[in-house]
Design a protein around this ligand. Structure first.
Ligand code: UGA
Length: 447
């Protein structure tokens, strides 16, 4: 099988490298010259654990090629995966301009029967649109089947997810096309769900919306735990044992970010609105998430009063660990609010600083090591639970900070551990610890 992957972003690159590793012959095409130059030299333009190794190996053994030439990419392909970006419009709907362009290009260059398979996250009905564009533009002697094959890769563990995913979804109107797609993935031994195109498109949005709602739900329970004196970690552990609930995605914190959940939840609300269905539950999940991202600054103000000229150490800029992606990261909201309050921000992240710098410029100071971020800080906010951050010895906060006040947005430390140090520690869904002691013991200490 000759497979082409259109788009060398997260999805396109992991798909290309993963399929090449399975023994397929892959050509990955992108319009960005800089990206293709890097990739042809075996360098990954994104940070994703394990990806560069796979790219290098499969470039070397000839299974994987990168090109900017649509003729080279499309004319001899048996299967074409569409993995181009689907950015967000101002109203939350999906901007399909790259989908339109790539569909026209494919129609123009294909020279033989082909399956066009959509991996990009697209609203229900988009595959129908792709089909129409290709049908109307291609030569009449060529048969082009359109198939939906949404991806469920997580940034930071995308390579692992490719090989060990929970399921593969294939949405097709033509059973033969579905069977050919199935063959491609058989070596992975992952359950394959074959369905119609619209249901496949809907499965993708529903998965992300459900997980985002699960996070917002546990975050609301966390906020309630703080008020009634319970501990969210204990509560999440307790409910997770119910198999119908499960332990996954019950980590309370400062909300979900990234390029998927925020965008896809808004898109689903928009999609529902288009068919006059008010999706109130998802709207509430989005609202809760927005509030959750502001919690660290609210907590800091409650504790310290004015934040004007206070030095803040931000620990973590990426939207989650093991990625350099800062899209819709909680760090951006927190930093914006801190700057509005007149605070002085110094931020550390093991790898996301270059990407954060593109958005934040010189509005903050960047620390290339954690100790410098903490140095002379009035308080610290843990935003991303990187290994390098969550294992910081607690005496380090005491040593470097003006006052060891830590607002932990990801519940990295156990309260038991914290209470061994004279630290003031506020986390999510758990009782605050004030200078090493629980709040009730602290009524006599004046902040
Ligand atoms: C998500 C989905 O998990 C993937 O299945 C999907 O393919 C992908 O979106 C996509 O549509 O492309 P991703 O955004 O990379 O993947 O990362 P997740 O691990 O799902 O985390 C998303 C956000 O939720 C992060 O900000 C994370 O900190 C937060 N989160 C996650 C929590 O706050 N609590 C949790 O328990 C889990």
């Amino acid at each position: 099988m000759k497979i082409t992957v259109a788009g060398a972003g997260y999805v396109g690159l992991v798909t290309s490298a993963g399929l090449a590793e399975l023994g397929h012959s892959i050509t990955c095409i992108d319009i960005e010259k800089e990206k293709i130059d890097m990739l042809q030299n075996g360098l990954s333009p994104i940070y994703e654990p394990g990806l560069e190794l796979l790219i290098k190996k499969n470039l070397r053994n000839g299974q994987l090629k990168f090109t900017m030439s649509p003729d080279q990419a499309y004319s001899a392909a048996d299967i074409i995966f569409i993995a181009v970006g689907t950015p967000e419009e101002k109203d939350g709907s999906v901007d399909l301009k790259y989908i339109h362009v790539v569909s026209h290009t494919i129609a123009h260059y294909i020279k033989k029967d082909v399956i066009v398979c959509t991996k990009s996250t697209v609203p229900v009905g988009t595959n129908e649109l792709i089909k129409q564009i290709i049908q109307s533009r291609k030569s009449t002697s060529i048969n082009a089947e359109v198939v939906s094959n949404p991806e469920f890769l997580r940034e930071g563990s995308a390579v692992l997810d490719f090989f060990q995913g929970d399921r593969i979804v294939i949405g097709a109107d033509n059973p033969e096309a579905a069977t050919i797609m199935e063959q491609i993935y058989l070596p992975l031994k992952i359950p394959i769900i074959k369905t119609d195109i619209k249901s496949a498109e809907m499965i993708k949005y529903t998965s992300n919306a459900f997980l985002a709602t699960k996070i917002s739900f546990i975050n609301e329970i966390a906020n309630l735990c703080e008020k009634v004196g319970a501990n969210i970690e204990e509560v999440a552990y307790g409910i997770g044992y119910d198999k119908r609930i499960g332990h996954e995605f019950l980590k309370a914190g400062i909300g979900y970010g990234g390029s998927c959940f925020p965008k896809d939840t808004r898109a689903l609300v928009q999609l529902a609105g288009n068919v006059k269905y008010p999706f109130e539950l998802l709207e509430a999940a989005i609202k809760v998430n927005n509030h959750q991202q502001s919690l660290p600054v609210l907590k800091a103000k409650e504790l310290l009063g004015s934040l004007k000229n206070k030095r803040v150490a931000i620990l973590g800029l990426a939207f989650k660990p093991d990625t350099d992606d800062v899209r819709e990261a909680a760090s951006l909201i927190i930093i914006k609010e801190l700057l509005e309050e007149g605070a002085l921000v110094r931020a550390y992240d093991p790898i996301a600083i270059p990407n954060a710098k593109k958005l934040l410029g010189n509005s903050i100071e960047y620390a290339y090591n954690l100790h410098y971020a903490l140095y002379e800080a009035d308080f610290a906010i843990i935003v991303t639970e990187w290994e390098q951050i969550k294992h910081v010895r607690l005496d380090i906060f005491q040593t470097y900070m003006k006052e060891p006040i830590v607002i932990d947005g990801r519940n990295c430390y156990s309260l038991e551990e914290i209470e061994k140090y004279p630290i003031t520690y506020l986390s999510i869904g758990r009782q605050g610890v004030y200078k090493g002691r629980p709040k009730d013991e602290m009524s006599i200490i004046n902040f």
